[in-house]
Write a protein that binds this ligand. Structure first.
Ligand SMILES: N[C@@H](CCC(=O)N[C@@H](CS)C(=O)NCC(=O)O)C(=O)O
Length: 246
């Protein structure tokens, strides 16, 4: 099995966390940033997005599709709760995280603060960052505060909804955002608890290696940290603008 996508992507992290829960250890990873994908990447990922999962002749795109396939294919820890109403709620929270939290935390913060200067050599949109922090982030946190439990996970055992939500807060932290635990105490504690779970914690050294090195030293740093890297990457040195949002 092969995963294409950087350890720092919230959607790749979501897939890797689900694989960890399922005990899937036999895979390789090509940890590219989506903007540095070659023609082979464009062929495998028509939206030029990560993650991509390849298993034999099967190529899967989109973290939700990938995680559903993992859950239907591999035994072990179920990613969805058993009760139909809970399953529906878990799917909704996954969708809410992937779409709204993606818009707010990735496109509104992480992309503006980290990706723009690093990949495009230009500052992010300061007005957008300000609006995101003043309006969009509080609205997301108000909603989550009414959803997450004071203790434990959303539906008993940790599952897809917990993982999808918590994953974005790693990127938020990279963009130097922390949850105000006085205003949103349940969400702050839930995120800390979920990100501390082994299914997330085990990948942190790879994220640190990815973030703290320049492209030249990255492969060596990731290998040194124990990342199961592919031999042949579909990464390239010249960045290509994404097609979904510019
Ligand atoms: N709905 C997709 C979203 C994937 C996504 O947006 N990935 C980001 C990386 S964090 C990406 O590839 N962005 C590049 C782009 O949209 O151009 C999923 O769940 O996999």
């Amino acid at each position: 099995m092969k995963i294409i996508g950087s350890y720092v992507s919230p959607y790749v992290r979501k897939v890797l966390a689900c694989m960890a829960l399922k005990g899937i250890e036999d895979y390789e990873i090509d940890p590219i940033t989506p903007f540095f994908g070659d023609d082979e990447f464009a062929r495998l990922s028509p939206l030029r997005r990560i993650p991509v999962l390849i298993h034999g002749g099967l190529v899967l795109n989109d973290s939700t599709i990938i995680c559903a396939w993992l859950d239907e294919t591999f035994p072990g820890h179920p990613l969805l709760p058993a009760d139909p109403a809970d399953r529906a709620r878990a799917r909704w929270l996954e969708e809410y995280a992937d779409t709204r939290m993606g818009d707010v935390f990735i496109w509104g913060l992480f992309y503006q603060k980290i990706v723009c200067p690093l990949v495009w050599g230009e500052p992010g949109d300061a007005e957008r960052i300000e609006r995101t922090l003043a309006e969009d982030v509080p609205a997301v946190l108000d909603y989550l505060e009414g959803q997450v439990p004071a203790e434990g996970f959303l539906f008993g055992e940790i599952g897809i909804a917990d993982i999808a939500i918590a994953s974005f807060f790693r990127n938020a932290a990279y963009a130097r955002f922390t949850i105000d635990a006085v205003r949103w105490p349940k969400t702050a504690a839930f995120v800390t608890r979920t990100l501390a779970h082994d299914c997330f914690a085990r990948f942190k050294p790879f994220e640190d290696a990815q973030l703290s090195t320049d492209p030249k030293g990255r492969r060596a740093a990731l290998l040194a940290a124990g990342a199961p890297l592919v031999e042949q990457s579909c990464g390239t040195r010249q960045p290509v603008r994404g097609m979904m949002r510019l």
